[in-house]
Design a protein around this ligand. Structure first.
Ligand code: ATP
Length: 336
């Protein structure tokens, strides 16, 4: 039986998605802590996926009969269930860092190391770039920050509180994440943007939805766009709708995993301006980007990761001033 919080989550709107077994595998490895009904899982997914442990991101249900390549996904990441532990804001611990990572280590199921003792700090209201070559562990660090995989206790702190001690649903509302490839719910654009607040009984007006879409870089988001099916969106539009959906929750921290990878230069600049505007209002941002120009435009601090270890972390000025030639190559965008 599932934890009662997650049974409740089953009642949330669902999305049915045709998919290949490869997609199912990547879904579960990208979100290794999805809660699921273990019986259905073992019937339908075991051949595809080895990690059955946890799924904080969404609930994945598999049909009892019929086409095993249709996943029914019940998203819970934006819902607010009763807290089983103290959320950060109710805890009186004060911290200079909005985010503190201390000796974060992860080892893959096959024993291969992914992260070795990563430590970094992000000040409240800062934009922190996570830089490094492909496979260096940037997304793994990012996903630990809102427990898309469960970091070891005592390694990830938000406002000084160990994130593993927080209610995961509350954590995710305050620490929003936008993935490189948008993962939208079946249905209309407006439904997606309204989804998080609607779970708290808040209905966003069309005007507010349009405003959020505009902030996310959609130019002239009119009623026609709001009533568009997400299946009709381009990759770049879907990425921006996904950003608008995160912004609708008014997060305190936004985790951005290459948020402009599918965008044209103009839309990229609009998203960057939004990040800077929100930062001015106090939002803390962690940005994974391969684009060093972008990091230079919007980040004030950064961490360079290399093979799962921190090469250097600090302000961009400190990184630029270092004598380390490898750091210099990263920071000037001459190595990736
Ligand atoms: N669940 C997992 N099981 C096994 N290996 C994993 C898992 N998650 C990540 N890895 C491996 O860990 C390494 C770091 O992956 P990660 O996605 O964090 O890198 P990245 O720096 O974000 O890469 P990119 O820039 O290409 O997105 C990769 O070699 C990846 O294959």
């Amino acid at each position: 039986m599932l934890d009662t919080r997650f049974q409740a989550a089953y009642l949330q709107p669902t999305s049915t998605l045709p998919c290949s077994s490869a997609f199912a595998t990547s879904l579960c490895s990208a979100s290794p802590s999805v809660f699921l009904d273990k019986h259905k899982f073992s019937n339908y997914v075991k051949p595809w996926v080895s990690n059955t442990a946890r799924l904080p991101d969404c609930t994945v249900r598999f049909p009892q009969h019929g086409n095993a390549k249709r996943l029914q996904i019940c998203f819970i990441s934006l819902s607010e269930q009763p807290s089983s532990s103290q959320p950060a804001e109710q805890n009186n611990v004060k911290s200079e860092s909005k985010i503190r990572v201390e000796g974060l280590t992860r080892t893959a199921a096959n024993g291969l190391p992914i992260l070795h003792g990563v430590s970094l700090r992000v000040k409240a209201g800062g934009v922190h770039g996570l830089i490094g070559p492909s496979g260096s562990g940037k997304s793994t660090v990012l996903r630990a920050l809102n427990r898309l995989w469960e970091p070891p206790p005592g390694t990830v702190f938000i406002d000084g509180v160990d994130c593993t001690k927080m209610d995961v649903i509350s954590l995710r509302r305050h620490v929003g994440m936008v993935f490189q490839s948008a993962c939208l719910f079946d249905g209309l654009v407006a439904y997606n943007v309204r989804y998080g607040p609607s779970l708290r009984g808040i209905h966003l007006s069309d005007e507010r939805v349009e405003e959020l879409l505009l902030k996310a870089g959609i130019s002239e988001p009119d009623k026609n766009f709001l009533s568009k099916s997400v299946n009709e969106l381009s990759g770049g539009e879907a990425q921006r709708v996904s950003l608008a959906r995160s912004l609708a929750n008014e997060p305190e921290v936004l985790l951005l995993d290459e948020p402009t990878s599918s965008l044209d230069p103009l839309s990229t600049r609009i998203v960057e301006s939004t990040v800077l505007e929100l930062q001015a209002e106090g939002l803390t941002v962690v940005l994974v980007s391969h684009n060093m120009d972008q990091v230079n435009r919007i980040a004030n601090t950064a961490t360079i990761l290399l093979k799962g270890s921190v090469l250097q972390t600090g302000s961009l000025e400190e990184l630029k001033a270092t004598d380390n030639a490898v750091v210099q190559q990263f920071i000037t965008g001459h190595m990736d």
